[in-house]
Design a protein around this ligand. Structure first.
Ligand SMILES: C[S@@+](CC[C@H](N)C(=O)[O-])C[C@H]1O[C@@H](n2cnc3c(N)ncnc32)[C@H](O)[C@@H]1O
Length: 178
């Protein structure tokens, strides 16, 4: 069974950016429809709820994480990216598995950390699908790392919101829009 991802530097960085961005977004749209792909422990869902977001949706591919987030009171379903997600959202966030494959990584944490051979496999699938789930003026907040190679942004408009150097990598939070 896969374990639930315990929040780490990446989670805290994304949470910090949510605290900076969501209040601004709520001013122009108090009914902000928020979706998190890969909710894990629910850390980002809690941040969104604490900031006053009323319409919070989420999913994870790991059923243990889904059950956990549901127990916390969140609307969370099992889904491989957008496969079971219907509708459009004003804000979609994803702290994805972004590391290149490492044979030493334990089987039960790979689901949260490993994004294929170069680290970008899941991110690229996400980017292909996410554009169809964005409302007009909707935004995506995506975390990637200096270790992630081969991300294909296609026609998304892209803005770097935050970068932070850690011991062996640099993390970036990007804002993307159609
Ligand atoms: C790095 S963890 C982030 C967890 C949490 N959002 C946070 O910020 O701490 C990545 C999460 O994405 C989930 N995940 C991995 N592949 C997925 C997929 N294809 N569809 C949905 N969720 C996925 C994992 O199970 C894990 O919970």
């Amino acid at each position: 069974m896969s374990e639930i991802y315990s929040p780490l530097d990446d989670s805290f960085l994304l949470s910090k950016v949510l605290k900076e961005q969501i209040p601004k977004l709520l001013i122009s749209n108090p009914n902000l429809k928020f979706l998190e792909i890969g909710a894990g422990s629910g850390i980002q869902l809690k941040t969104a709820r604490d900031l006053g977001v009323k319409y919070i949706y989420s999913c994870d591919i790991n059923y243990t994480a889904v059950k956990h987030c549901k127990k916390l009171g969140f609307n969370c379903i099992k889904s491989d990216l957008f496969n079971n997600i219907e509708g459009k959202f004003d804000l979609i966030i994803f702290n994805p598995p972004y590391l290149p494959e490492n044979k030493k990584e334990p089987e039960n944490s790979r689901i949260s950390t490993t994004g294929g051979k170069t680290g970008s496999e899941i991110i690229n699938r996400f980017l292909k699908q996410a554009k169809y789930h964005l409302n007009k003026n909707g935004k995506i907040l995506l975390l990637i790392s200096s270790l992630t190679k081969g991300v294909k942004f296609d026609n998304y408009m892209k803005k770097l919101l935050k970068k932070r150097k850690f011991f062996y990598e640099e993390l970036y939070i990007l804002e993307l829009s159609n």
